[in-house]
Design a protein around this ligand. Sequence first.
Ligand code: MN
Ligand code: MG
Length: 652
Amino acid sequence: MTFGISRRGFLAGSAGLIALHPFSVHAATNQAHLRIMETTDLHVHVFPYDYYADKPRDTVGLARTASLVQGIRDEASNSLLIDNGDFLQGNPMGDYIAYERGMKDGDMHPVIEAMNTLGFDASTLGNHEFNYGLDFLMKALAGADFPVVSANVALELGADPTRDKTLIPPYVILDHKVTDGAGQEHAIRVGLIGFVPPQIMGWDRRHLEGKVQARDIVETARAYIPQMKEQGADIIVALSHSGIGAADHSDGMENASVPLAGLDGIDAILTGHSHLVFPSPDYADFAGVDAEAGTLMGKPATMGGFWGSHMGLIDLLIEKDGDAWRVVSAETEARPIARRNEDRSITALVDSDPQVLASVQQEHDETLAYVRRAVGKTDAPLHSYFALVADDPSVQIVSIAQLWYIEQMLKGTEHEGLPILSAAAPFKAGGRGGPEYFTDVPKGDVAIKNVSDLYLYPNTARAVRVTGQQVKDWLERSAGIFNQVEPGASDVVLLNPAFPSYNFDVIDGVEYQIDLSQPSKYDPKGVLINEDASRIVNLTYQGAPLDMEAEFIIATNNYRAGGGGSFPGASPDTTVFEGPDTNRDVIVRYIVEKGTISPRADANWTFKPMPGTTVLFDTGPAAKTYAEDVPGVEIEEAGDGPDGFARFRISL
Ligand code: MN
Ligand code: MG
C-alpha cells in the first residue's frame, strides 16, 4: 500500500486497507508517533454473535476488534485505545442486563468488563448510555478501570460551561510516555474531552427531565479548550459521539463533528453516532471534509463503524518544540474486522481475542438463555402468510409498537396532539425468499429472538408530518403491488412479482378499501403513471371521510422517511422526529413493558368487494392452518403453486 501527500498536507492511506508497514514516515529525534485507536458504537457487542438470529456473525464484536488493537500494540508503538460511546445498549445482552439481571451496587456490566480486559485508556458517553436511566449508567460506569468523560451533560448549569456541575468529568489529561525516533522517552500530556448530542434530552426525556441538562457541543468545547491547555494538555483529542454533518455550526446540532474539529486547540477528533466509516467515500462531498485524507477542517479524524466492525486509527507524528508538542503530520484509517466478498459472503479478517471472550462468557451464555426463553406472551399467532391480502397480526404488532413509541417521543413537542398513524410493511412475505420465508410465531410465549422475525431490518424509528392527501397517496403507492383486475374475471394472478413486499405499507389509524378494478397510480418503483387513478376508496379517519387538508403524523422507519421506495410525503423534508432507537428495540420494549400483547388484526383495510370476481395468490404451505381466520377476506385453498408455494383463491 502506498501513501501520498494529500492536498491538506496530511498523509493519506486508502480507507479500509491494512498498511503493510506501520509507518510511512520515520520519526526523527524529538519526533514520535502517537497512535490513537478508536472503537465506537459497540452497543454491547463483545462476542461475534447475532443474538436475534441466534447465530455467530463475523461482522461484529469487540473480541474481533481487540485482535486489531493487539496487532497495533504488538508493534510496540506509542498508542492509546479509546471508546467513543454507545457501549451500554443496543443488543439483547444489553437488554438482558437492564431488564433481567439488573445492576446493583458493585455489579460489573459485561461490556465494561470486556473493555477493562482489553485495557481501554478512556471512553466517552454516547446517547444510548442514557437509555436505561442515570442510576443504571452510573452503576455501570463505576466498574470501569478507565476514565469516562463527557463535557456537555450537566447536573447543574453554571454561568458558562466550565462552571457547570457535569454529570461525569468533562475531560481528562492523561500522562503518557512516548519514545522518539532516537529511542529517547518523553512525557506527554494528552487531553481527552467528550461530547454527546444534546438531543438526548428529547430522546430520553423520561429518564433525564429535571435531572440533567445538555449543552451545545461546539459551545462547550470552545469554553473548555483554554482550560485544558492551561492545565498542561500538550495534545487535545475530541471524543465526539456525534456524526459528520454540516460544516457550519448551528446551535444544538446533532452531528457537530466538523465545526468541532475546526476549533483551535483540537488536534484530532474521534467521531461516531452515525454507524458509518471514516475515512471513506461515504463522506466524499461534505464541506470541510477530506474523505480520502481522513480530515475534518484539516484535522485528522476517524469513525470506526459500529458493533466493533472497525477499529478507527489516527496515527499522529508529533514533534517536541521546546516544551510544547505539535502535530507534524497524520494518517487515518478504519480497519475492518471482516470483508464482504463479491458473492456477498463474509470473510473474517481476524480471530477473536480469547481473553476478551472469556471475560464475558458467563453473560454471553445467560444472554443466549434469555433470547431463547419467553419474555412476554402473544394471545394471537404472529404470522405473515396473508399479510399481502389482508390486515395481518405480524404487521399490526409493528404498527402498535411504533405508535406507542412515537406518541411518547412527540410529547412536549410542537407536534404533540396531532393524530398519529403508523405505517408498516411485511418484510418476510415469501416471494423471492421462498415458501418458508414468512414470519410465523405461534400464539403463546414470545422470545426475544422472535422479534428479529417480526422486524427483519435494523431500521431506526422516524416520524413524518403529512397531509391527508399524502396519506392517501402513500396508500396508492402501496396498492401498486396488485395487478389490475377486471370485474367478473376469474382466477387473475393478484400480485405483481416486481413489487417487493417491504414497499407494501399498511397504515394503521385509518380505514380504507383497495379497488382492484382501477389502475395503479404509481409503478412498482414509485413513479407516478396515472395521475387521476384512485385505488384507495372509502378512506376514513375515526369514522369520517379523511380530510385531505388535515395534518397527520405517520410513524415509520428511517428507510421510508429517507425516501426509500419513493413514498409521497415520506422524505427528509417531512421528517419531524429521527429516533435513535431501532424499530426492533421499540418492539422489544413494548413487549417487555406490556407482558402480554394482543396484536389482533383489526381489518382496517380490505379489498373493495367485486362480486363474481376471483383472484389467486401464492403463500407458504403452512398458511393452511390459518386460512380460516383471515379477517375481512373470503379465502380458499386452490392447489399447489410453483416452487413449493401453496395457492389460494380469494373471492372479492
Ligand atoms: Mn450508536
Ligand atoms: Mg390494522
